[in-house]
Design a protein around this ligand. Structure first.
Ligand code: UD1
Length: 358
């Protein structure tokens, strides 16, 4: 099968979604993008267009749970496949707002599936998460796709519920194909410095925290625990450059025609870095010291989470190409060039809005 040419990207204004738009535009795909901007801004698209040197395509502001609005998008466009990023993703917040997380992440996915099926679209790349492995196997070894599942938060449980729904749909509907990509820790930014991670409010994740300390927006980094059973006592994660992450999505699209059904792949480097190793790499990238203190462990954290990503290398030949130094360099470049985020972009492009059917 030829690669699909018109792709619906949900959540295309977000961190990974916006980088994916660039990657797909660079490879000749036509895009339809939907986003509700609940954790992003439409201004990112002028930057996507600058980087890609192409019009992004038609962008709709809509909530993924809005069945009529979503159906109207499928009515208007001939979509070949969907890349589904739209979701709420803050683990801590999910413990405080579980219903909102299940409603958006699970309800949004079922609404999308219904619209896809009604319009004969049966190819999906799904944004999943390594957080559904919970504590992992406990031995600190790399986690394969068959590792024990044990979601430790409503966010992780919502991703696991989506995967189970998708597997059921693939069993029920002949020809339905899903590539579920379980990301480990995507970080970094586009090398242009125009696109990057822009969390609203106080960032939860390590890399944006580091960038904000380095640029002087935050006084110091709190390192959550130095008493883990790891070489330097700080927790170990598998950090993956966002550009490698989105390349995997583009390759996933190319493989949707290989074999129908549900396919699950880990996306990671397969190598762990401790918090202090990331701090050291970031200091090297920004050329200034990062003040930090040791704080208590963060509730819900685990000692180590590293991917066994051999399946995706074996099946698709995908391997990450960027290292931790490159991730820090690109994240730092974005932070330096955009102290107030994407809001600094001037040009607004003309967008259609669909808020209800017809
Ligand atoms: C988190 C999510 C995970 C999500 C991933 C996206 C949790 C429990 N999990 O993973 O579902 O897929 O983000 O990248 O939140 N750290 C500090 N100080 C900070 C921030 C973080 O020491 O200010 C430490 C954390 O304790 C952890 C490591 O840095 O050991 C990485 O943290 P983070 O970037 O939040 O990612 P995860 O917790 O691995």
């Amino acid at each position: 099968m030829n690669p699909p040419s018109t792709i619906l990207v949900t959540g295309g204004a977000g961190f990974i979604g916006s980088h994916a738009c660039v990657e797909l535009l660079d490879h000749g795909y036509e895009l339809i993008v939907v986003d509700d901007y609940s954790n992003s801004s439409s201004q990112v698209f002028s930057r996507v267009e600058r980087v890609a040197g192409r019009f992004v395509g038609t962008v709709y502001e809509l909530d993924i749970r809005d069945r009529r609005a979503l159906a109207a998008v499928f009515d208007r466009h001939s979509v070949d496949a969907v890349v589904h990023f739209a979701a709420l993703k803050a683990v801590g917040e999910s413990t405080r707002m579980p219903v909102e997380y299940y409603d958006t992440n699970v309800g949004g996915t079922t609404t999308l599936l219904r619209a896809m099926h009604e319009h004969g679209v049966h190819h999906l790349v799904f944004s999943s998460s390594c957080s559904l492995y919970g504590d992992g196997d406990g031995d600190g070894g790399p986690l394969g796709e068959d590792a024990v599942v044990g979601p430790g938060s409503p966010y992780a449980a919502s991703k696991w519920a989506c995967e189970q729904i998708l597997a059921d749909v693939c069993r029920r509907i002949p020809g339905f194909t899903v590539m579920a990509l379980r990301y480990f820790n995507p970080v970094g930014a586009h090398p242009s410095g125009l696109l990057g991670e822009e969390p609203r409010g106080t960032p939860d994740n390590l890399m944006p925290c580091l960038a904000q300390v380095a640029v002087g927006r935050r006084e110091r980094l709190h390192v959550f625990g130095d008493d883990w059973d790891t070489p330097d006592g700080t927790a170990v994660r598998d950090y993956l450059h966002v550009m490698d992450t989105v390349e995997a999505h583009r390759i996933a699209l190319e493989h949707l025609g290989d074999m129908p059904g549900m396919h699950v792949y880990n996306l990671g480097v397969g190598q762990g870095s401790s918090v202090l190793e990331v701090v050291a790499a970031f200091q090297e990238a920004c050329g200034r010291p990062i003040p930090y203190d040791i704080a208590p462990r963060r509730p819900g954290d685990v000692r180590e989470r590293v991917a066994d990503a051999t399946a995706v290398a074996r099946d698709w030949g995908w391997r990450p190409r960027r290292n931790l130094a490159g991730m820090c360099r690109d994240a730092w470049r974005f932070q330096q060039l955009n102290p107030s985020g994407h809001a600094g972009s001037a040009r607004q492009t003309n967008r259609k809005r669909v808020t209800s059917c017809g």
